[in-house]
Design a protein around this ligand. Structure first.
Ligand code: GBH
Length: 469
């Protein structure tokens, strides 16, 4: 932290040299909310404490061959014990919001049935600490750590019993945290938990289902989202706000002509048919139903499309560059050339304009009035230089370019109200173990020491100016 505060001098010298005008031109709305994000299994550790039950990620990480560096989230960043220090890390950034997730198996060790009375204690302590430091909590209810008992009993998300259990858990949490939590995200990235968890088996629970089974899982996940929205309305306080946190399939006009923009909007709606489209329109598209359609009722569709207060979107990369075409769909998805660059993670292709187009599409296609960027960030090699500092200029380059496009969106009137940088600190990066570091703060996992990378001061300066730094 000393490194971080010693750099605050940069802000002053920058302003003296007349960068204020430049900042004003790159400014964000006055009430724009700057935050950071984490998730329970990735940072908490303490997997056996206070009655927590096992999750599918405990089981998966402990299965040989599933995690590249053979690590687990048993200890992770030990956030469970170090949350006070971690809140100070947020404070040092000047962040005003924290997006974290609740571990369902802490609250219901068996997934459903009797709650564990001690399960919410940790979150109560964390919420009090956040409040004492003026940081607004944004709570994700499900960031992939399903109670293992639900996998064993019902087959997890292959059964609608899990969707129902999720609603009961959401109701329980909303009733108890409602005095301090005003914003909930239901499920983080339905897309990834379905595809990687149930399609290719690279994430827990490690299943490789058939195309029609996958669509059925996707339907149950969307149903879980809708049931949780209803549960929060019924059990939270008046004014509690709720929405999804989806990694929407991002469709970017390859060349920004009006025809390509329209084609990208069509692609966006079609390729998100199983999540955002059904959540916001209350129906699946014809093309989506043409093959391997899931079994569902019209009642299900009404639940899935329960009104939400905002859409959360995780924005990392362009999934598709789109060109208008004279074919049935009206668009062509450009194949990615082998020469397209990537960040440290080979899947992470930098495409800063994704940060403009995804929120713009969401606002335009579905007339959404409130959007949060629930995640954005990159991993890096993050090696300390001779003076001990991690000069992560690749992360700064990435963030600067994405935030420039976010500013383009807000200044054009796209209603993005906040941004949560992934991640506050290095953590357990799922099947990549600790080999991919996404933090603004470096974590030495042997000592649990946190050290700000140079990008922490980039983010701090951005927040302080409310403008792209
Ligand atoms: C998010 O997923 C998660 O919400 C978060 O928990 C995670 O730590 C963070 O981002 C960084 O990864 O099939 O091998 O090509 C990010 C979105 C989309 C990343 C799919 C991995 C494909 C990997 N993900 N992607 S692969």
């Amino acid at each position: 932290m000393s490194t971080l505060s010693s750099r605050s001098g940069l802000a002053q010298s920058g302003q003296e040299s007349g960068s204020q005008n430049r900042s004003a031109a790159k400014g964000f709305p006055n009430d724009f909310l700057w935050g950071t994000a984490t998730s329970s299994y990735q940072v908490e550790g303490a997997v056996n404490e206070d009655g927590r039950g096992p999750s599918i990620w405990d089981r998966f990480a402990h299965t040989p061959g599933m995690i590249s560096d053979r690590s687990t989230g048993d200890i992770a960043a030990d956030h469970f014990h170090r949350y006070k220090e971690d809140v100070q890390l947020m404070k040092a950034l000047g962040a005003k919001a924290y997006r974290f997730s609740i571990a369902w198996p802490r609250v219901f060790p068996e997934g459903s049935g009797s709650p564990n009375p001690k399960g919410l204690d940790f979150y109560n302590r964390l919420l009090d600490e956040l409040a004492a430091n003026g940081i607004e909590p944004f709570v994700t209810l499900y960031h992939w750590d399903l109670p293992q008992a639900l996998q064993d009993r019902h087959g997890g998300w292959t059964s609608r019993e899990t969707s129902k259990a999720f609603a009961d858990y959401a109701a329980y949490v909303a009733a108890r945290l409602g005095d301090r939590v005003k914003h909930y995200f239901t499920i983080n990235e339905c897309s990834r938990l379905v595809h990687l968890g149930h399609g290719i088996g690279a994430d827990a629970p490690g299943l490789k289902l058939s195309p029609s089974e996958i669509k059925q899982v996707r339907h149950h996940v969307a149903l879980g989202h809708g049931l949780a929205v209803q549960a929060i309305r019924a059990h939270g306080r008046a004014g509690t706000r709720v929405g999804p946190a989806e990694n929407a399939v991002s469709c970017i006009p390859a060349v920004e002509t009006p025809a390509n923009v329209r084609a990208a909007e069509k692609a966006m709606r079609e390729l998100n048919a199983g999540y955002l489209t059904v959540m916001l329109e209350g129906k699946y598209t014809d093309a989506y139903l043409a093959q391997d359609a899931p079994k569902y009722t019209t009642g299900d569709l009404r639940i899935i499309s329960s009104p939400i207060d905002f859409v959360g979107i995780n924005v990392y990369m362009p999934d598709h560059y789109v060109v208008a075409a004279d074919n049935e769909r009206g668009f062509t998805l450009a194949p990615f050339p082998a020469s397209f660059p990537h960040m440290k993670a080979t899947w992470l292709r930098p495409g800063p304009e994704t940060m403009y187009w995804v929120p713009r599409h969401v606002a335009k296609i579905w007339n959404v009035k409130s959007i949060y960027i629930t995640e954005n960030g990159t991993s890096g090699s993050d090696q300390p230089a001779a003076d001990g500092t991690i000069y992560d200029v690749d992360r700064i380059m990435y963030l600067r370019n994405y935030l420039t496009q976010l500013q383009r969106a807000t200044s054009a009137g796209v209603p993005v109200h906040g941004y949560f940088l992934w991640s506050l600190m290095d953590n357990f990066e799922w099947s990549d173990g600790y080999e991919q570091r996404f933090g603004l703060y470096h974590v030495d996992f042997a000592t649990q020491r946190r050290t700000p990378k140079l990008s922490a001061s980039f983010y701090r300066e951005t927040i302080a100016r409310n403008a792209v730094m």
